[in-house]
Design a protein around this ligand. Structure first.
Ligand code: NDP
Length: 326
């Protein structure tokens, strides 16, 4: 009898009604790939919440095992870069969207999609960072490349109590920035101050085309009015790294910050980011993120808690990061 492992499977019926079930799979059920990994840790990202709840069309192949990221150990490989026993991380590349994902005991993927687990980091640590944290690092790198260095002034982080936001606050404060954390949950102020925020502000509603200059740069995980406000208050020559849409996919802004203050909007995508970009982000996470802070911003659940956590994250009820120990 082939070995079975637990998996979450999202299916759709003839009326396109989505259902989610826990099932047993074998390696023969997995999709094509040249590396098979024992999944040791995964996480629940906002996108996983959208996939499991069906609130947005994240899943584009049916049925599908969701879960956009994992860390684990290679069980078998025909890829030149990977051998049995290697510790690896996967983020994105359509895994959990068009390719069977992380919410299963085993995953079979393309070896080109994997990066090595950084030295000194456990699979659990890597998933406490997860795609949200790796994306936060991509945002920080983008701001640095744009010249948003410490003496340019404060940086704002929106959706600060969420996954991307919490890691961005941690990294930026560890690097010495004056971090302004923007949150809709004022009760999370002490948490954000502990992570290193110098100031906590509440979410803004509809933006003016231009407002008083308050920060040199920003990391925005929210979109919509929030991003419009961040842009309107970015100082001359500043930049905002936009990676998320937790508040909406629209951008009700004016061109005023771009044409009157030379502000730049930096788009951040983690899913298809080329391997050297990923390697650099994970290397920087290894050096710039305080692992003790990481522990304080993450909660651990088991496989059985994934579906509930997925619903909670799209309702804005999750603080920081959720790690799943498989
Ligand atoms: P979380 O749910 O953990 O965090 C999102 C935060 O946004 C919430 O905690 C909340 O912060 C804020 N928020 C939620 N709903 C609203 C709302 N209606 N209006 C304003 N603010 C709101 O999600 P993640 O951090 O995992 O992901 C954040 C976003 O980044 C998502 O849209 C996700 O899809 C995107 N993302 C994009 C990636 C990319 O490659 N571009 C990669 C990873 C994530 P608070 O309570 O502090 O206000």
């Amino acid at each position: 009898m082939p070995e079975t492992f637990k998996a979450i499977l999202v299916s759709r019926d003839a009326e396109k009604k989505q259902s989610v079930a826990v099932t047993d799979l074998t390696e023969a059920d997995l999709m094509e790939g040249d590396v098979t990994v024992a999944v040791e840790a995964t996480t629940v990202n906002y996108k996983d919440g959208l996939a499991i709840s069906g609130k947005a069309p994240v899943i584009r192949r049916w049925p599908l095992v969701p879960g956009i990221d994992f860390a684990g150990t290679v069980i078998s490989s025909s890829h030149a870069d990977w051998r049995k026993g290697d510790k690896v991380i996967l983020n994105g590349w359509g895994v959990g969207e068009t390719h069977f994902g992380a919410y299963a005991g085993r995953a079979r993927v393309k070896g080109d999609w994997l990066v090595p687990l950084p030295q000194g980091m456990s699979p659990h640590d890597a998933m406490a960072i997860g795609t949200a944290g790796y994306t936060a690092m991509l945002c920080v790198i983008a701001l640095e490349r744009h010249g948003i260095v410490l003496d340019r002034g404060p940086v704002v982080v929106t959706g600060a109590a969420g996954g991307v936001g919490s890691v961005a606050v941690s990294i930026l404060s560890s690097l010495g920035y004056h971090v302004i954390a923007s949150t809709g949950r004022s009760a999370e102020s002490p948490y954000l101050i502990d992570l290193g925020a110098a100031e906590v502000i509440s979410r803004y509603e509809p933006a003016k085309p231009l407002a008083k200059e308050r920060w040199a740069g920003g990391v925005d995980a929210v979109g919509s009015h929030t991003l419009a406000n961040v842009l309107s208050m970015t100082s001359y020559g500043g930049a905002v790294a936009a990676c998320g849409l937790a508040g909406g996919m629209d951008l009700p802004a004016s061109v005023a910050p771009f044409i009157l203050r030379g502000v730049c909007l930096l788009g951040i995508d983690s899913v298809m980011a080329p391997k050297p970009v990923r390697m650099e982000a994970w290397r920087r996470i290894g050096t710039d993120l305080d692992l003790q802070k990481l522990a304080s911003l993450s909660t651990t659940i088991g496989f059985d808690g994934i579906i509930d956590a997925a619903h909670d994250i799209v309702e804005g009820k999750i603080r920081g990061r959720v790690v799943v120990d498989m």
